[in-house]
Design a protein around this ligand. Structure first.
Ligand code: 5GP
Length: 189
C-alpha cells in the first residue's frame, strides 16, 4: 500500500535497524483513515475466503480488528489478552508468546466461549516480525478446533522471517507494507 509506505517514510522512526516506531499513526495516536484503507485491502485480498470471526491480540491489534470487522459487515472480533502472570483457568485457551519488542514471554489467553470448533478465523495484527505472535494465535485457534483462514498484518518486516513460518504452516498472508530491510535506520520496501 503506497499510502502506508509513505506514512512510514514520513512519520516512522527506526531504532537500531530493527524496530520501527509508528506511534504517530498506529501504536499510540491512530490514523483511522489509514487503518480503514488497510481493512479494505484485506477484504479484497481474502475476497474468495469465507470468514466467521476476526482474532487479534491486545493492544495495538484492536483498532485494526475493528476496521476489518466493519468491512466484513460487522463480524465479531475477539482480542487475545496478555496476562501478567501465568493463570490457572479451565475456561480459557492459553499459549505463551515471546514478545519481539520487550524480549520476554507473555501468557496469552482467549475465553473458550469466544472461539468455537469449526469457526473460520482471520487473524490480524499491527506487525509481522518473527511470527511469534501469529504462531501463538494460531495455536489458540487449533486448541479450539477453529480454522485459521488467513493472517493480515499492516507492516511486515520480511527479513525477520515471520511470513515464511506462516506460509510453511499453510496460512495465507497479506501485509499492508513489506519492509525488505532497514539501511541506516531507513526502511527499504
Ligand atoms: P512477531 O511476534 O511477529 O515477532 O512480532 C510481532 C509483534 O511484535 C506485534 O504484535 C508487534 O506488536 C510487535 N512488533 C514487532 N516488531 C515491531 C516493530 O518493529 N515495531 C513495533 N512497534 N512493534 C513491533
Amino acid at each position: 500500500m503506497k499510502l502506508l509506505e509513505d506514512k512510514i517514510l514520513k512519520e516512522g522512526i527506526v531504532i537500531n535497524n530493527n524496530i520501527l516506531k509508528v506511534d504517530h499513526f498506529l501504536n499510540h495516536q491512530i490514523d483511522t483513515k489509514l487503518i480503514d484503507a488497510f481493512a479494505e485491502e484485506v477484504k479484497n485480498y481474502f475476497k474468495d475466503i469465507s470468514v466467521d470471526k476476526i482474532l487479534t491480540i491486545e493492544a495495538s491489534g484492536i483498532a485494526i480488528a475493528y476496521a476489518v470487522s466493519e468491512k466484513y459487515g460487522h463480524l465479531p472480533f475477539v482480542f487475545a489478552r496478555k496476562n501478567k502472570s501465568s493463570i490457572i483457568d479451565e475456561n480459557v485457551y492459553k499459549t505463551e508468546i515471546k514478545s519481539f519488542t520487550q524480549n520476554k514471554i507473555t501468557n496469552v489467553t482467549v475465553a473458550k466461549n469466544f472461539l468455537r470448533k469449526g469457526e473460520r478465523i482471520l487473524i490480524v495484527d499491527d506487525f509481522l516480525a518473527e511470527g511469534n505472535a501469529a504462531m501463538g494465535l494460531i495455536d489458540i485457534c487449533q486448541q479450539a478446533g477453529a480454522i485459521v483462514v488467513g493472517f493480515a498484518d499492516m507492516i511486515e518486516k520480511e527479513f525477520q522471517g515471520g511470513k515464511k513460518r506462516l506460509i510453511e504452516k499453510g496460512v495465507k498472508v497479506f501485509s499492508g507494507a513489506v519492509i525488505k530491510a532497514f539501511k541506516d535506520n531507513k526502511p527499504i520496501f
